[in-house]
Design a binder for this molecule. Structure first.
Ligand SMILES: [Zn+2]
Length: 349
């Protein structure tokens, strides 16, 4: 365990609204009474079960065990809810807990369009060399904000998502070609040049099956863009707060090295990437080489320890400032009271 604040208790780091409180209680009850069963899994890169626990809770105060593989450094959730439980969780509680709303939140559309622009810039060097409209497929596209940017830039786009509400909105309002479903529901006549997984891969349970299917959809020239919240970018994306980063919907927590290891193991090799994480992969044609794998266990451990230390230091400084402010105000109030008493005393006949 990285620190005491990561031991399991039901405390959320946010002030939850009533919708979120209801959703959280429903999840806790289903876990307690067994309708959301859990399973233990081994490391999906090296199959080892030798691991260390990093945290026992997530940012909402849900019971959530995150561990790091000592053999390769992959950080993963285990035990975790089984697939059926996750399916029900996404259908019934996920949106309410994470957004605090009962209905789909389409305010994110503009944010996703801006993300689309960033992804387009990241891939522009590959897009420009094609002398025809590039075919772009996005898995888990929501209402299609990212694809909308690509479409406006002249690409031929197709998106798939499990949420019928978002799909309907994207079709109707943005005129996008969207299909309800997963990678398995992509029409076989659509051969993508680029496949986008933006904040999707870390939610998938059977990652090996997903990558196997993906391999059959990709040609040797298909670019696979993967964006996930990087576990070595918590200082920048989550203001040093590891607990803010932890959310029960995530089953994997990648550094660029561990993502690269996983992809290589499943026949993809990296073209470019950073710790944000934004990355591009293509299908690996050459045979697997053992020298390619890098154990990230020590680096991830020391990054997280330093981040947690920095967070605690920040909290300590904040509490010192709060205490100084409290004493300052108290001092002023005491002075005012003394003046009032003095004035009252002088006014007496
Ligand atoms: Zn491992």
């Amino acid at each position: 365990m990285l620190s005491n604040r990561l031991k399991h208790n039901t405390k959320s780091i946010f002030n939850l609204n009533s919708t979120q409180k209801r959703a959280k209680k429903e999840i806790e009850d289903k876990v307690e009474f067994g309708s959301y069963p859990f399973e233990n899994v081994s490391c999906q890169v090296c199959n080892s079960i030798k691991s260390r626990i990093l945290s026992e809770k997530d940012r909402y105060g849900l019971h959530y065990t995150v561990r790091v593989c000592e053999n390769c450094g992959l950080v993963y959730t285990s035990p975790r809810m089984v697939q059926d439980a996750y399916n029900n969780f996404y259908a019934l509680e996920y949106r309410r807990l994470y957004s605090g709303r009962e209905v789909p939140n389409l305010d994110n559309l503009k944010i996703n369009e801006a993300r689309g622009e960033k992804i387009y810039s990241y891939l522009e060097q590959f897009i420009k060399i094609k002398n025809r409209p590039v075919k772009v497929l996005e898995i888990g596209c929501s209402a299609g904000g990212i694809l909308s940017y690509f479409k406006n830039a002249g690409c031929e786009t197709l998106g798939v998502d499990l949420d019928a509400n978002y799909i309907g909105y994207g079709r109707e309002k943005l005129g996008l070609n969207l299909v309800e479903g997963t990678l398995r529901d992509v029409p076989s006549d659509f051969t993508p040049d680029i496949i986008i997984y933006s904040h999707v891969l870390e939610h998938i349970l059977d990652i090996k099956a997903e990558l196997l299917k993906l391999k059959s959809v990709c040609t040797k020239n298909t670019l696979l863009y993967i964006e996930v919240p990087g576990i070595k970018n918590i200082h920048a994306s989550y203001n040093f707060n590891f607990l803010h980063y932890l959310q029960n919907a995530h089953t994997f927590h990648f550094s660029l090295t561990t993502l690269r290891n996983l992809m290589y193991k499943n026949d993809f090799k990296i073209i470019k990437g950073d710790e944000f994480i934004r990355s591009v992969f293509v299908k690996r044609e050459e045979p697997e080489s053992k020298e390619y794998f890098q154990n990230d266990f020590k680096e991830i451990g020391s990054y997280l320890e330093n981040t947690e230390r920095a967070w605690n230091k920040k909290q300590f400084s904040f509490s010192v400032i709060k205490r100084k402010f409290y004493l300052f105000i108290k001092n002023i109030l005491v002075k005012i009271r003394c003046r009032l008493l003095k004035w009252k005393h002088q006014s007496l006949p």
